[in-house]
Design a protein around this ligand. Structure first.
Ligand code: FAS
Ligand code: PHB
Length: 390
């Protein structure tokens, strides 16, 4: 089989890239190691920046996010037993959209199937070769036979544990990493959200987040030890701990119910530089990871593949290598700013016992300053709604 662009990974990065390339008349095949149900079953991000919604529109899948996405003009910070609102709309003139990554993936999968585009699921033992030579290729096992996909370019959209970055020779990348001493225990439940907008809580027992997927489906998180295990948490234990970490008048509005999904996500900051190697490009979690506090993971993946689609469009449309040559630098300029914001917001909102009482007072002083200063609140707001693509 032959295509112009071989995309490894059918998560949001791979599927959005495939949709953008299709709209530009560029042929691409997506190769995914798992089944479609597995990809849809992973409960992850929930907040879309406007730049991401714009890319979904450009990809031809904007209808449902406009119909079902929830516009949020602000968010609440909870500390000292009270709520403090950060008004995105007043401070920046912009907002975010609450629309789960699962729904983004569902929309992209449906559009791909409707267009009759090739997605190979359950591809085993995927390997990439000759990305820096003249004949890039991806091979994989399917139905007991090895298949080969010849292509012009390979897009490594295969996530943090994927094969593409792992295939690079030693020394090809410079990795920057910080692992946090805690994780997030998340619960998805078909219960109405406790609050209109998201609540990020800094509490002496640990961080908590009240998020949502719709007016009838909520997503909650609590900070937990990095070696914690989900089996140790009954639904009731989760709900009790969540409510302990929220201001009383918020906790009183938490509607509990059976967990549809319960999982622990480790938190890390990670960047691999560069993101282009000859005819191989890394995009999304294959190239970078952020702690989910700033809701940047999915949004960074989207901007990466938007830049890559631009670059490949220039190559095929104008026979220009300029976009390709600039891809890595263009992505990294935005990635590092989002890494900084995600690290800063995580450092501000979580408990770090090792920093002791002084560290806790520094956090409280910064929170008091933040909510009392228009300049500081604007800085948070403009990073949260998403920095420009330039
Ligand atoms: P993904 O990891 O989503 O997709 C990669 C795809 O490649 C997968 O389908 C995988 O099966 C496939 N693949 C891997 N190896 C392969 C191989 N060798 N061959 C073929 N296919 C292969 N972001 C937020 O903004 N908010 C959150 O709350 C949030 N929570 C998260 C929780 C967890 C547990 C994780 C891991 C991430 C979370 N994220 C969150 C970040 C997340 O949303 C990512 O940013 C987003 O999934 C990135 O999408 P992709 O780059 O497509 O990577
Ligand atoms: C989510 O709804 O999954 C979510 C929302 C905001 C975040 C992180 C996760 O900062």
């Amino acid at each position: 089989m032959r295509t112009q662009v071989a995309i490894v990974g059918a998560g949001p990065s791979g599927l959005l890239l495939g949709a953008l390339l299709h709209r530009a008349g560029i042929d691409a095949v997506v190769i995914e190691q798992r089944g479609a149900d597995y990809v849809l079953g992973r409960i992850r991000a929930g907040i879309l920046e406007q730049t991401t919604v714009d890319l979904l529109e450009r990809a031809g899948v904007g209808r449902r996010v406009h119909a079902e996405g929830l516009r949020h003009d602000g968010t609440e910070l909870a500390f000292g037993g009270a709520l403090h609102r950060i008004d995105f709309q007043a401070l920046t003139g912009r907002h975010v959209t609450v629309y789960g990554q699962t729904e983004v993936t569902r929309d992209l999968m449906a559009a791909r199937a409707e267009a009759g585009l090739v997605t190979v699921y359950d591809a085993a033992d995927v390997a990439i070769a000759d990305w820096d030579g003249g004949a890039p290729k991806v091979t994989y096992m399917l139905d007991g036979r090895r298949h080969q996909l010849d292509c012009d370019f390979i897009a490594g959209c295969d996530g943090f544990h994927g094969v593409c970055r792992a295939s690079l020779p030693a020394g090809a990348i410079t990795a920057y990493e910080k692992v946090y001493p805690f994780g997030w225990l998340g619960v998805l439940a078909d219960v109405p959200p406790a609050t209109e907008e998201l609540v990020y809580a800094n509490h002496e027992r640990g961080f908590a987040l009240c998020s949502q997927r719709s007016r009838t489906r909520s997503r909650y998180y609590i900070q937990c030890p990095s070696d914690d295990r989900v089996e140790r948490w009954s639904d009731d234990a989760f709900w009790d701990e969540l409510r302990r970490r929220l201001p009383e008048h918020v906790a009183d509005h938490v509607v509990t119910g059976p967990a549809l999904e319960k999982s622990i996500a480790p938190l890390r900051s990670f960047v691999a530089e560069p993101m282009r190697f000859g005819r191989l490009f890394l995009a999304g979690d294959a190239a970078h990871i952020v702690p989910p506090t700033g809701a940047k993971g999915l949004n960074l993946a989207a901007s990466d593949v938007g830049f890559l689609a631009d670059a490949l469009g220039e190559f095929y449309g104008e026979r220009s290598d300029a976009g390709i040559a600039h891809y890595s630098q263009r992505c990294l300029a935005r990635i590092w700013k989002a890494e900084r914001f995600s690290w800063w917001f995580t450092s501000l909102m979580h408990r770090f016992p090792e920093t002791g009482e002084f560290g806790a007072r520094m956090q409280r002083a910064e929170l008091d300053y933040l909510v009392g200063s228009q300049a500081a609140s604007t800085a948070l707001a403009e990073n949260y709604v998403g920095l420009s693509l330039d």
